[in-house]
Design a binder for this molecule. Sequence first.
Ligand code: NAD
Ligand code: MN
Length: 505
Amino acid sequence: MTEIRHYRMYIDGAWQDAAESIEVHSPATGELVATVAYGDVATVDAAVSAAKAAHESGVWRNTSPQQRADILDAIADNLAARADALTVLQVAENGATLRGAGAFLIGYAIANLKYFASQARSYQFQTSGPLIEAPTLASGLIIREPVGVCAGIIPWNFPLLLAVWKLGPALAAGNTVVLKPDDQTPLTLLELARAADEVGLPPGVLNVVTGPGPVVGARLAEHPDVRKIAFTGSTEVGKSVMRAAADNVKKVTLELGGKGANIVLDDADFDTAVDGSLFAFLVMSGQACESGTRLLVHESVHDEFVDRLVARAQTLVMGDPMSAATDLGPLVSAKQKARVEKYIALGQEEGCKVAFQGNIPTDPALAEGHWVPATILTGATNKMRIAREEIFGPVLVVIPFRDDDEAVAIANDSEYGLSAGVWSTDSGRALGIARRLESGTVWINDWHMINAMYPFGGVKQSGLGRELGPDALDEYTEPKFVHVDLTNDRRKRAYAIVVSADLAE
Ligand code: NAD
Ligand code: MN
């Protein structure tokens, strides 16, 4: 890397520096990637007041849905024009593999932004309700209005994508936005701001502030002028965001942790189920909330399935994420590596056997990377902490089950309910199980197939509300009921104040 860029924050349509700055390092090589202005509470307050002023001016809320859709499309096209550079930047800031970053972290983010542009075009911002006949004749309208200033707190695993899931519906619905990236991964969000700025998104409509999560994120959650907050990250911080939001009764959506149960029935097609189960827990080296991290295997096929899984896992390559040959990249940070290693040790203390552990790269250029080998632990029970707590690394626990009822009981015995999966050649049986799983998403014979046309989110402590899907804009609008009297007949009305005197005549 020749030139180290310094990134400033984007507030009220201008690039703003700060007294402090942070360094962004490659999780694979430790190389300095960029420096970034590091904001504080005052920066958040400035960004929120810019967003509030932009909202109140009408510069965005009074545009037509078609105009908003056109700008969202233009932002997406601008991102697409620099997709290769963004992919490289994404790999550099969070260690995603080149393949994963190109297809999913960047490619899917751009496609999802286009989906929200199409949502702006088709969303019913105003509908007429049924005729009101009593106590008086009236017609009713439901007008869905923007909420106001919407804040988004974004984690480090899929920064641009998860920002789009908040920015897209918020802007489509006519809101203004303040985004806060994670300290480790602010670069793609600041590039998003640049792309928006270049196509003429009016100042204040989108703002990106950086700074310490417990300071800057917490300020957004409590700020009286933020009307809605969307958070993706740990369950613990999500709860604190919800508590802070209670003080001014903000709207809240939360996408939190998961411990996805991946159920392999005795009639599963082994070839697809083996590959699919590896895919389920190893995307982004396991740093994905919707991963399939508990593998529940029918006892009659357990040993054979684990053997096949281990044999296939041995073919996976962990290494330089910039290489197209690499399957598995590093974890995002030394802190995340320490956390995952602690869990691998804990699993063994709890009595699990290490059925597989992959290699970590030996290339000296990668010596500073945060490498944790892919690990498969067998002999687990669902009572173990290793089976109950979110690890967020390339670690799979395997639990045998006797019959479908027991598989469902184990799967549902979790604080979480974000994702689940069933592998079977009997679609009726698989669908029957899917209906009984306490989970926001269930994949049958697949995994990670999140689709912008369908809702994504969790039940239980995995979250609140949904992102994506046909109703995504509902979370970013307030329905207003307007009653329009059609009679102009005072005598037919039920005004309490006149009922006795007037209507009693
Ligand atoms: P985190 O929840 O601390 O970070 C997520 C975001 O919240 C970041 O932008 C962070 O700056 C911000 N934040 C931190 N403290 C805050 C506060 N008090 N108020 C408001 N915002 C705050 O997650 P982490 O510490 O990076 O990772 C810890 C664990 O969280 C991981 O091991 C994993 O289990 C989970 N996690 C889940 C997801 C997900 O996609 N659901 C993403 C990242 C992490
Ligand atoms: Mn944290």
